[in-house]
Design a protein around this ligand. Structure first.
Ligand code: F0G
Length: 344
């Protein structure tokens, strides 16, 4: 049967109310790409779960199909979220598809071009906040407590239900859970969802390596960060809403949450691209964490089966690449100029 989206495929395993009306863009079913060359360096069997191939270019579509399907079924007319960009684009797309109004609050000047463009293109009312993602999240929580507007951040439990499906898919492809799962951690909805998904699916449990950016690492530092900074703007978050659950997932899985520098993130992004997988900076944090832990000897990858979750597509944040390279060379439009540049 042709693929009909996540609620169709896994809805029986998701705790969604009876009023849910399936709103889908055929999200999910993303590839688990083998990375044999890179895996060899760690002596492990390595895979990338490439979530950038979802309809709006990030894993957020998994939770959004669930959250919007529930919201529209209960008669909501307007949805709202705070976002570092990907949630905004996803909420806008699914809300438009369902005929709902969407409002997204983003930190001023700190959202990557591809995400902002997406949110606008899909029809969201975009509001910039003179503050951080964390400030925006407090505001949307307040307005949804005081008005009928529906909240579609991952505080919304249906977001977590939808995002559990990534764990199901990995187990379906590998037959079992991997030994390790490495992924970026921002507001901590995704790590919470994966852990819930693996526990529910009963195909074994991975150890979980959650990775924050060093300038935005409240879960590593053990306290909130008031002015988070990182080039990985998707995870530029100082007060993760599901921080406790993220720490629980790391602890229960006998894994850990670590921080990596922006330089390590950019280096991992390059390595992934050199294997044909271009992801946005935050999405490279999982691999950066794996590399750092291996280098420090804290991690023996040998013989293990490891899945690195790449949460968003490189096209979301092209300026990270174009800003750091000189422009391509310009030549006259003739063969002589071309062959003299390229060589024979
Ligand atoms: N990777 C990407 C590409 C993201 O956009 C996010 C979060 C994360 C990782 C972290 O996931 O928050 O569940 O721990 N982006 C949110 C947003 C905050 O607004 O798009 P998390």
């Amino acid at each position: 049967m042709t693929y009909q989206g996540l609620i169709h495929r896994y809805g029986h395993l998701l705790d969604l109310p009876a009023h849910t009306q399936n709103i889908s863009l055929l999200e999910g079913n993303t590839p688990l790409i083998p990375m044999p060359r890179l895996g060899k360096e760690f002596g492990c069997e390595l895979f990338v779960k490439f979530e950038g191939l979802n309809p709006t270019g990030s894993f957020k579509d998994r939770g959004m199909t669930a959250a919007i399907s529930e919201a529209v079924g209960r008669g909501a007319q307007t949805v709202i979220c705070a976002s570092t960009g990907n949630t905004a684009a996803s909420a806008a797309a699914y809300a438009s598809r369902a005929g709902l109004r969407s409002i997204v609050l983003i930190p001023e000047g700190k959202v990557a071009a591809g995400k902002l463009a997406g949110a606008i293109a899909y029809g969201a009312e975009v509001i910039q906040i003179q503050g951080s993602f964390d400030d925006a999240l407090s505001l949307v929580v307040e307005i949804t407590q005081k008005t009928p507007i529906a909240l579609v951040n991952s505080i919304n439990p249906y977001r977590v239900e939808g995002q559990k499906t990534a764990a199901f898919e990995i187990c379906d492809v590998l037959d079992n859970a991997p030994d390790w799962l490495c992924l970026p951690v921002g507001n901590a909805g995704n790590i919470t969802s994966y852990w819930a998904g693996f526990k529910q699916y009963q195909k074994g449990l991975p150890q979980v390596l959650g990775v924050q950016a060093a300038g935005s690492a409240p879960l590593v530092l053990g306290h909130p960060v008031d002015n988070p900074e990182t080039i990985a703007t998707a995870i530029r978050i100082g007060r993760p809403a599901r921080g406790e659950q993220a720490l629980e997932a790391a602890q229960q899985s006998n894994g850990r949450i670590i921080a990596v520098s922006d330089a390590e993130i950019l280096s991992a992004q390059k390595i992934l691209a050199s294997e044909g997988v271009w992801v946005e900076p935050a999405s490279a944090a999982g691999l950066a964490g794996l590399i750092a832990e291996s280098a420090f000897g804290k991690f023996d990858a040998s013989g293990k089966r490891i899945v690195v979750v790449c949460t968003g597509h490189g096209l979301k944040d092209p300026s990270v690449i174009t800003d750091s390279f000189t422009s391509p060379k310009v030549i006259p439009a003739n063969y002589e100029a071309l062959i003299s540049l390229v060589g024979g």
